[in-house]
Design a protein around this ligand. Structure first.
Ligand SMILES: NC(=O)c1ccc[n+]([C@@H]2O[C@H](COP(=O)([O-])OP(=O)(O)OC[C@H]3O[C@@H](n4cnc5c(N)ncnc54)[C@H](O)[C@@H]3O)[C@@H](O)[C@H]2O)c1
Length: 419
């Protein structure tokens, strides 16, 4: 057990170990990588600093990195997404964990600072708070870092802006943008776990509800499909005309938030943007409307405005806060507007995180050999890794696919043969 860590209660570790065991059963690709890492120890002596949601799936990832020989420091990447039992179990596994559920803003950055103090050579970030902290308050530690990875859309967006402005000081691999990540994790993972979070928090019936989804990106598409499958009348709001058109052709109603806010029963934001449910929308909400967010930060709903037009609030269930507005309407905000799937449920199912985190593990090893050839930019996951993860996932599912014949390969590379 490491001497440096801070978690809520080490007494929870047995419960945490069982949760991790369950995830390991459902993450066969990452477990194969772990077996290989155990034999080869490719990460021997490497210090890795992580800012990731402390879930059972993250536990499988950091245990895999440790099996490869790495020394891992872990802070949570959201104040409400840490599972305290898992954090404790990981300490017993030799991971330096600084995370507990319900952190204040100061405590959140205190934890990230402990990871930075450890002088990691590689960073694994989810949302960009670790990278941003290193590039602002903790610049003295930047020199140790050779490269990093980023897990989510919002983090990749932030780091691309840093690179454009010449402010990014080390290369970052956008794990989010691997096909074996966003096509499955953002779509099927967020799709299912967002509904899971809303159900665990509220226990409402989805069928027949007007369910408004703000943002028809990868997450929004997944949530919409799951909600429709459960009988919701799905309404989409968008700012991108192409995505909006896609939503129309997928069979959803598309309208402005101004109009949707008058008829919605349940609202889910998944845009990565700020105040998507803003003042006007909040003014329009029906009595009893439920607001949830699945985007990375808790800025998608204008909570300060909601509070300013409320005469009071109380927690009526776990993760359900009832705001009573000056005009008497009662509005329900789930999980303080933080990622509802991670705060009110367990985050994505292990089966999809198997692919996201296999990319992470393989990219970390790849970076050890290649970081010195990279510039201070955001790079895609190498195609070979993305493809390998898909191949391994199919293999573990027992699914075989066809291979191109030599004739087909020649045909695909020729242009003379036509009608
Ligand atoms: N909850 C989770 O576990 C989880 C998982 C993956 C990603 N995320 C986060 O979810 C967010 C969305 O990710 P994504 O991969 O779907 O991104 P995306 O870029 O594919 O989609 C975002 C969509 O939101 C739209 N949008 C932006 N501003 C809007 C506005 N004001 N009104 C309506 N639509 C608007 C964009 O046009 C875009 O289509 C990000 O913050 C990401 O980091 C969360």
């Amino acid at each position: 057990m490491p001497s440096d860590y801070k978690v809520k209660d080490l007494g929870l570790s047995e419960k945490g170990k069982m949760l991790i065991y369950w995830a390991e059963r459902n993450m066969p690709v990452l477990m194969r990588i772990r077996e290989d890492f155990e034999k080869r120890k490719p990460l021997k002596g490497l210090r890795i600093g992580c800012c990731l949601h402390v879930t059972k799936e993250t536990a499988v990832l950091v245990k895999t990195l440790k099996a490869g020989g790495a020394d891992v420091y872990l802070a949570g990447s959201n104040p409400l997404s840490t599972n305290d039992a898992i954090a404790s179990a990981l300490v017993e596994e030799g991971i330096h964990v600084y995370a507990w559920r319900g952190l204040s803003n100061e405590e959140y950055y205190w934890c990230i600072d402990r990871v930075i103090d450890a002088c990691p050579k590689i960073t694994l970030d989810d949302g960009g708070d670790l990278v941003t902290r290193l590039h602002t308050e903790r610049r003295e530690k930047l020199g140790n870092v050779i490269a990093g990875t980023e897990e989510t859309t919002t983090g990749v967006n932030r780091q691309r802006i840093m690179a454009e402005k010449g402010e990014l000081m080390y290369p970052i691999i956008a794990v989010n943008d691997a096909k074996t990540k966003y096509l499955f994790d953002n779509r099927y993972g967020t799709g299912q776990s967002t509904i899971d979070g809303i159900l665990r928090a509220t226990s409402i019936l989805i069928a027949g509800k007007n369910l408004v989804i703000c943002g028809y990106g990868w997450c929004g598409k997944g949530i919409a499909r799951r909600a429709r499958g459960m009988g919701a009348n799905v309404i989409i709001t968008e700012v991108d005309p192409i995505k909006a058109l896609e939503a129309v052709m997928d069979g959803y109603r598309v309208m402005r938030i101004r109009d949707a806010s008058k008829i919605g029963d349940v609202f889910i934001t998944a845009t990565g943007n700020k105040h998507v449910i803003g003042r006007d929308a909040i003014d329009n909400l029906k009595d009893g409307a439920i607001l949830a967010n699945s985007g990375h930060f808790n800025v998608e709903i204008d909570i300060p405005y909601l509070e300013s037009v409320s005469v009071g609030w109380r927690d009526v269930r776990e993760n359900v806060r009832e705001y009573t507005l000056v005009d008497g309407r009662r509005i329900y905000l789930l999980a303080e507007g933080r990622l509802v799937n991670l705060s009110a449920a367990e985050g994505h199912p292990s089966e999809v995180m198997d692919m996201s985190f296999s990319n992470q593990a393989l990219v970390v090893e790849w970076l050890l050999d290649n970081a010195d050839k990279l510039e201070r930019k955001v790079y895609p996951v190498p195609y070979e890794i993305d493809r390998k993860v898909a191949e391994m996932k199919l293999e573990t599912l027992g699914i075989e696919i066809d291979e191109l014949t030599d004739e087909q390969k020649r045909y695909m590379r020729s242009w003379m043969e036509g009608t």
